[in-house]
Ligand binder design. Structure first.
Ligand code: URA
Length: 208
């Protein structure tokens, strides 16, 4: 069963209240979304393996450590883009892939219209980014595409989830740990998380 981590940290809670507030400006929203992305990544990367590396400080030689595997950040377009800079700032060596999905009108299933990943997804740690884990349909489809391309170590990071989204990922991808800043009550009839934060993509990019 998936590991589900709901971050419990005063800084994250503080920033989430700014993100959730409908009166927060788009600039402030974007900045806080990126910052929470960085803070969650600190927890998500806690178990990454390291290898020894011989370096020389200004004082003497020493054995230091560096990450063993490459890290690949894969935002689901478009709202996932909002968390990428925050994550990339703390893992500057990470490569970035992108996946875009649309919903097939007949089957109502998400279908990838764009998927470009670095080769390292087969050997590295892949962080799938989508701020809202609502139905879980997009996250599940994105992870399926990544696995079909050879990814084996996949982790999901988002801001807000709900029981429906977590259940879906648990059913479809029980090996993928889920990291969220908050777990909300439910989905409403329009597919929005309640109380949530509204449409994350619209708030990031100023669309309506
Ligand atoms: N996507 C969003 O942007 N917000 C929600 O509440 C659900 C899905």
């Amino acid at each position: 069963m998936n590991k589900v981590v709901i971050l419990n940290h005063p800084l994250i809670d503080h920033k989430m209240s700014i993100i959730r507030d409908k009166n927060t400006s788009s600039k402030n929203f974007r900045e806080n979304v990126g910052e929470v992305g960085a803070l969650i990544t600190y927890e998500l990367t806690k178990d990454l393996e390291t290898v020894d590396k011989e370096i020389e400080t200004p004082i003497q030689k020493m054995t230091a450590k560096e990450l063993k595997k490459p890290v690949i950040i894969v935002p689901i377009l478009r709202a996932g883009l909002g968390m990428v800079d925050g994550i990339h700032n703390i893992i500057p060596s990470a490569k970035i892939g992108h996946i875009g999905l649309y919903r097939d009108e007949k089957t109502l299933q998400p279908v990838a219209y764009y998927a470009k990943f670095p080769n390292e997804i087969t050997t590295g740690v892949v962080i799938v980014v989508d701020p809202m884990l609502a139905t879980g349909g997009s996250a599940s489809a994105a992870i399926k595409t990544l696995k079909e391309r050879g990814a084996t170590d996949v982790r999901y990071v988002g801001l807000v989830g709900c029981p429906e989204g977590i259940e879906r990922l648990q059913k479809d991808h029980p090996d993928v740990p889920i990291f969220l800043a908050a777990l909300d009550e439910r989905l409403n009839e329009l597919g929005y998380i309640v109380p949530g934060l509204g449409d994350c993509g619209d708030r990031l990019f100023g669309t309506k």
